[in-house]
Design a protein around this ligand. Structure first.
Ligand code: 5CA
Ligand code: ZN
Length: 409
């Protein structure tokens, strides 16, 4: 699949900083020390509806990771998937009486437009579940050979007990796992499973549903977790730097994915940090396609809202916080964008050298975007009240805000 065009990232004076970031698996901050090529996998959308502010907030967090690394002069090998076949997509297509392939293509195209408008840097590899199937089948076969998978009425399940490290990503107790498994695509109550938590690796073809040749597995379609593992292992290999997504993916998705990969390769861990973004709510409830309480990026764009203001609204919240989208959040971001644009449009201003370092320090400390915004606010305020004589400063601020925060002033 093709991704979307990259906006240019201006080079900045001085030295970028190494990223310290919160790792769900250890519950604390870890300092990442990627080689010259940093490797990150971020879970992509299930394309059955348009990009909402929750998605945008999560992708914003990982865009910042990429920008911090680029600022340290590293290359970034960023991989993202599209879950272009799964139950929710098929259910929505059936509900709306549309072709599931056409629905997935339409929503993926809209997602690319939204990401481009928000200046999110594209992944190097953007891979659909369907195109990954030829790589998924041998992995499921291998798990079966290893005794880590078993069959139940033609479906193939992964045995969570085959991974001694199972549970170390989300660190939840069994009861919590069981509850979340039922809520998030699992089937803990299906009779005949070895462990209620065991996730499906391969689903035998169902009447009226799409299916693919699965070799010795028979016709069917892949489970959700093995999809991301196959794509990550194919393009990044084991021991990559960051596995990313929203906090609703910590369990079961990232827990199961890590287990699949660890059993397949015999190596541990799959990722050096499991990074999770908080949930964005609307009217007191998590924004979700299934609930329909959504604010779409594309709708705001159609209403004439500047994408830079949308991006500033996301950046005003720490990525790990759960927060609520309101009209006020957007109005505040629009006002801030106006102040910043006025401040950089003057021919000179207060020196910006310290500001660039402040933005760098804020982002390197667990992506503290609100602290970075506060630093720019202070410079803009100084510009407004006192001005300055540094003719390079407005350009430096503009480039730093673009390179590190993805906001074009
Ligand atoms: N295709 C799978 C991942 S492989 C999936 O979860 N798709 S999704 O479309 O449901 O979500 C895409 C990303 O947005 C995920 O990282 C998810 O955690 C995140 N996300 C979904 N809803 C919200 C929300 N309300 N707030 C923040 N992030 C969200
Ligand atoms: Zn995923």
């Amino acid at each position: 699949m093709h991704a979307w065009p990259a906006s240019e990232v201006p080079a900045l004076p001085g030295q970028g900083r190494d990223l310290r970031i919160h790792d769900t698996a250890t519950g604390g901050l870890v300092t990442l020390d990627p080689g010259p090529v940093a490797r990150i996998y971020v879970c992509g959308i299930t394309p059955y509806d348009a990009t909402h502010m929750g998605h945008a907030a999560t992708y914003n967090a990982f865009d910042l990771v990429q920008r911090v690394w680029l600022d340290t002069k590293r290359q970034v090998h960023y991989v993202q998937n599209v879950t272009d076949v799964d139950d929710p997509l098929l259910e929505r297509a059936q509900r709306d009486d549309v072709d599931w392939v056409a629905l997935a293509e339409k929503e993926t195209a809209l997602f690319r437009e939204d990401m481009t408008a928000l200046r999110m840097l594209p992944p190097r590899h953007y891979i659909g579940a369907v195109e990954a199937i030829p790589g998924i089948v041998p992995l499921v076969e291998r798990l079966r050979e290893l005794g880590a998978a078993y069959e139940l009425d033609g479906d193939v399940y992964f045995s969570v007990e085959s991974d001694p490290h199972f549970g170390q990503v989300s660190r939840l107790d069994a009861a919590a796992m069981r509850l979340l498994s039922a809520e998030r695509g699992g089937d803990p109550d299906r009779p005949g499973k070895k462990n209620p938590l065991d996730p499906m690796l391969w689903m035998a073809a169902r009447e009226g549903e799409p299916s693919w040749d699965g070799g010795s597995l028979g016709r069917g379609r892949p489970g959700w977790h093995i999809e991301c593992v196959a794509i990550a292992l194919d393009h990044l290999g084991m021991g990559f730097d960051v596995q990313g997504g929203g906090s609703d993916l910590a369990f079961p998705h990232h827990e199961m994915g890590a287990s699949h990969a660890q059993v397949l390769t015999g190596e541990f861990p799959m990722a050096k940090a499991y990074v999770h973004a908080g949930m964005v709510a609307l009217h007191g409830e998590k924004m979700s396609k299934s609930k329909g309480n959504l604010v779409f990026v594309s709708q705001l764009r159609r209403d004439g809202v500047d994408p830079a203001a949308i991006r500033l609204a996301l950046l005003a919240h720490h990525y790990r916080a759960d927060w609520e989208w309101t009209d006020q959040v957007l109005a505040d971001a629009q006002a801030r964008l106006g102040r910043w644009r006025a401040a950089v449009s003057r021919p000179d201003g207060p020196s910006a050298d310290a500001l660039v370092e402040e933005i760098r320090a804020a982002l390197a400390t667990d992506l503290d975007a609100p602290a970075a915004l506060a630093a720019v606010d202070r410079w803009a305020e100084l510009q407004d009240t006192q001005g300055g004589t540094d003719t390079a400063a407005p350009g430096v601020v503009s480039r730093a805000v673009d390179a590190l925060l993805g906001v074009a002033l």
